[in-house]
Design a protein around this ligand. Structure first.
Ligand code: SF4
Ligand code: SF4
Length: 67
């Protein structure tokens, strides 16, 4: 299983992101992206991810689905 983000539920604020905080594998990151309304998005590196699901449990907006 790997995490997938529902961007509609995610404020994409690095300082608030619990998913970045809890991932011990450094597989969650904030990426600047001018195409996004707030100038950035939360991104998952599925290669680094071990599927632990902690980011999904900790997500502040219930926006991370494991599948
Ligand atoms: S914890 Fe979840 S909803 Fe909050 S910023 Fe991170 S990915 Fe988005
Ligand atoms: S499932 Fe675990 S390893 Fe994968 S991104 Fe989330 S916290 Fe990191």
């Amino acid at each position: 299983m790997r995490p997938y983000l529902d961007k509609r539920k995610c404020p994409a604020v690095k300082a608030l992101c619990k998913a970045i905080e809890v991932c011990s594998r450094g597989a969650v990151a904030y990426v600047e992206d001018d195409a996004e309304p707030l100038g950035g998005r939360i991104a998952f590196d599925h290669e680094r991810c071990d599927g632990c699901g902690l980011c999904s449990t900790a997500c502040c907006g219930n926006a991370v689905e494991m599948r």
